[in-house]
Design a protein around this ligand. Structure first.
Ligand code: TNX
Length: 528
């Protein structure tokens, strides 16, 4: 399911022979003798809520190993198939997916248990003995998260897309009972400042899936580009998609492309959250529909990086017909319950104008069956309890709590993946400071803002603004390894995580990233 970038793949041992810096990565890790503390344990990221290693011999995947599932559920069958195909490639073992019930010694068994409601939407229990691997969940999403754990328990060579000579494929004997701390573990990708292709977005989704993240928020429009076709407003993309920051060619998704992304994410239990940024950050939209601006000056395309200067004319009735068209078409293509209206950095409207706009958009979003999200500025308006306020720069988001609304936390000095790691990082911005891996990891969402408790937060999200990011490899460089840090902040109970444990576990993933062709930053904070 994960590998397409053939050119970038290699066996790490082959590279070590070639005398590169990969020599160390080629060594087989020393076998663990003593039981390890759960927090370090096998090299899982995010760390599970509870893990007990067992004394016995590991399970070994052999040529005869099959994946057994309840084949009457197409969803469960396809999760079984994903695990089987992951194992087939590097091992060259046939790995059948078969119905539970046939003799199953030496088997990997995936099962839904309707009575295990305590596991919630995404929780799972995994028991590994020398005889079998048994994964149980209450819901299919839990099985999918669980197969990521099985994947990470296998040697990193499991990520190779070529058959390897390796014969030993152990999974350590253990018992894990795991579920996420927060329901929302998101990443945002800005496809407006620079455009990324469907395949590139899918590559990003693959990384989210590996780290058990469950939301991909797509920032689909901004001053520099409108990136999604709206059939009733064809000039949005016909005009508004033709450039990007720096003046490159830009691009857009057809509605089919968008639905392909939605489906790809859905198969990995990741919800797509579409964002159309309004009333500001709208210049590209106005390029095709200048009548929606208050000024008489034709907007034209923009490829710079200033913010805050463009706006819809919120006093014109036709603006709301436009919003209706956009929200209606995008909502119809989006199975997830959310529509993100942006709402940030509007410097050219009065507070009253801004508030009136947000409240009218909220009605439209709800009319099309979606719950609204907006950046923290929207808390100036009267929000519905179902609306989420998306914190990013201050504590103004807390005003949402008075309406019974909850928060998504993306504090820039922790979670903004477009911030430079250090002063010498070539890519990225630094208006919120430099954000090293430890900064991204070492914070507790429930203690981050005064007056905001665990109950007030749906979860965390790591935005990737793309002003400086001209290709997906640049995106990966800033995401890795801060994205896994945010993934663990969102998944693992605060009491089960520590920087000392995380840094040790995280570096063991480096060989996986190499197999997967994922670019990354070699932070000096980590024991490579
Ligand atoms: C602020 S975060 C913005 C974006 C920029 C970003 C760069 C937010 C809601 N607005 O328009 O791209 O900073 O870090």
């Amino acid at each position: 399911m994960m590998r397409r970038r053939q050119k970038l793949r290699y066996s790490k041992c082959a590279l070590a022979v070639a005398g590169t810096i990969l020599g160390a990565a080629c060594q087989v890790p020393a076998p663990t003798t003593a039981p390890q503390p759960a927090a370090i344990g096998p090299r899982l990221v995010p760390a599970p809520a509870s893990l007990v290693t067992a004394a016995g011999a590991p399970f070994r995947i052999l040529r005869t190993t099959s994946v057994f599932v309840d084949t009457t559920s197409a969803e469960v069958r396809s999760i079984g198939e994903m695990l089987a195909s992951l194992i087939r490639r590097p091992t060259s073992f046939p790995v059948a997916v078969a119905p539970i019930g046939v003799p199953s010694i030496g088997a990997i068994i995936l099962r839904l248990a309707p009575d295990r409601t305590a596991l919630g939407e995404e929780g799972y229990e995994l028991n590994v003995t020398s005889d079998s691997v048994r994964l149980v969940a209450n819901r299919p999403a839990g099985l999918f998260r669980g197969i990521q754990t099985i994947r990470q328990l296998l040697p990193a060579d499991i990520e190779s897309d070529m058959g390897l000579d390796r014969v030993d494929w152990p999974i350590p004997a253990l018992r894990i009972v795991d579920q996420p701390r927060f329901a929302w573990r998101g990443a945002m990708l800005d496809v407006a400042r620079h455009f990324f292709t469907v395949r590139e977005v899918e590559q990003y989704i693959d990384i989210l899936a590996l780290y058990k993240m469950n939301v991909l928020h797509l920032h689909l429009s901004d001053d520099q580009g409108w990136r999604i076709v709206i059939n009733s407003r064809p000039k949005l993309t016909a005009m508004g998609s033709l450039t990007q920051v720096g003046g490159g060619p830009g691009g857009f998704y057809t509605q089919q492309d968008y639905q392909d992304i939605v489906r790809y994410a859905q198969a990995r239990y990741i919800t797509i959250v579409p964002e159309i940024d309004m009333p500001g950050h709208i210049n590209a939209g106005l390029a095709g529909y200048p009548e929606l601006a208050c000024s008489t000056r034709p907007p034209g395309l923009y490829s710079g990086t200033d913010v805050g200067w463009s706006t819809l004319c919120v006093d014109k009735e036709e603006t709301y017909a436009f919003v209706d068209d956009v929200v209606r078409e995008i909502s119809a293509m989006t199975p997830g319950p959310w529509f993100h209206m942006g709402g940030d950095e509007v410097q050219t409207l009065t507070v009253e104008q801004y508030v009136r706009f947000v409240e009218r958009v909220q009605v439209i979003v709800n009319k099309y069956g979606k719950k609204m999200i907006g950046w923290e500025e929207i808390t100036k308006a009267r929000l519905n309890p179902t609306t989420l306020a998306h914190q990013w720069k201050s504590d103004s988001a807390t005003a949402a709590l008075a309406y019974g609304s909850k928060l998504i936390l993306s504090p820039a000095p922790k979670a903004y993946l477009d911030m430079k790691y250090t002063a010498s990082t070539e890519l990225g911005l630094h208006w919120a400071g430099y954000v090293e891996v430890r900064d991204s990891y070492d914070w507790d969402p429930a203690a981050y803002m005064k007056g905001v408790t665990e109950r007030d937060i749906v979860g965390v999200e790591a935005p990737m603004w793309s002003e400086t990011l001209r290709n997906i490899s640049a995106v990966e460089y800033l995401a890795m390894p801060r994205l896994p840090a945010i993934a663990e902040v969102g998944w693992t109970p605060q009491t089960a995580r520590s920087w000392e444990s995380f840094r040790v576990r995280l570096v063991t993933h480096e060989p996986r990233w190499r197999y997967l062709g994922i670019n990354y930053y070699r932070s000096p904070q980590l024991p490579w």
